[in-house]
Design a protein around this ligand. Sequence first.
Ligand code: GFB
Length: 297
Amino acid sequence: MVGSAIQRKLESEGYQNLITSDRSELDLRRQADVEKFFDEEKPEYVFLAAAKVGGIQANNTYKADFILDNLQIQTNIITAAHQSGVKKLLFLGSSCIYPKMAPQPIKEEYLLTGSLEPTNEPYAIAKIAGLKACQYLREQYGADFISMMPTNLYGPNDNFDLKTSHVLPALIRKFHDAQESGAPSVEVWGSGTPRREFLHVDDCAGAAIFLMENYSEGETVNVGWGEDISIAELAHLISDVVGFSGEIIFNTDYPDGTPRKLLDTSRINNLGWRPKIALREGIASAYRWFQEGRQPA
Ligand code: GFB
């Protein structure tokens, strides 16, 4: 999702010489293959958006896969980029790297000041390691490797699988399917009280290109919308966009995860970047993309 949004944005800004690779061509967990790719392609700038990602249930179920796959992917790319003399690399992390009970909104300096949210600890530890690797390569070798920590993302090419997806695409699919089937209710996981901040992936791509062009410091940079919403409010918003009028049921057998993770984005705002796509507009566009994908060929 993020890689394709960055590619779309770069192409719309006139960049021609893009080198991409997807998992069918290159398994980024295989170090020798990644080194061969960098030797052959010799990229100058690298957006490291590749990762094994998923929602709360996927993270909480496949803990070994999440930490090992992500450590392998990012370590292979970061070391091959450094060895092949890449001019600049941007590493994408996640807002889940911050302590579960960090003061809100979360500032970048709150990193490692408290224990992590257990449901996404494996992914968080991998992403913290990637952020630190970029910082230490800058300190030790002067590498211009930067990192950004986006909030929860959504948009085209999202994952809509009900078991492994994040909440926003999952609810789009649940309300759509209920509307289509005439089901009387939709089940939402957890209590509905956690709050989440959502950023459209096209805004995330804009921030990534902005930072690649304008930022060369060791400190990571939060990227978000600036406001959050409760899961219950999100459910009502998505049911309204989809046009579902049945009942919304909250199943507290599912975990809530971290109660809140609103990012402080003053660092990137002060650099001159702000998001453009508001939540309702973004949800409507994500729903249109989802529907186009569901139409029979
Ligand atoms: O988006 P989500 O899966 O991940 O869940 P996190 C956010 C909240 O939505 C949780 C609730 O409180 C879920 O219980 N929720 C309600 C649902 N209904 C659903 C549903 O049908 N599906 C899903 N998936 N959630 C992730 C991390 O945490 O945030 C990742 O696990 C990553 O590693 C990502 O960092 C950005 O926001 O809790």
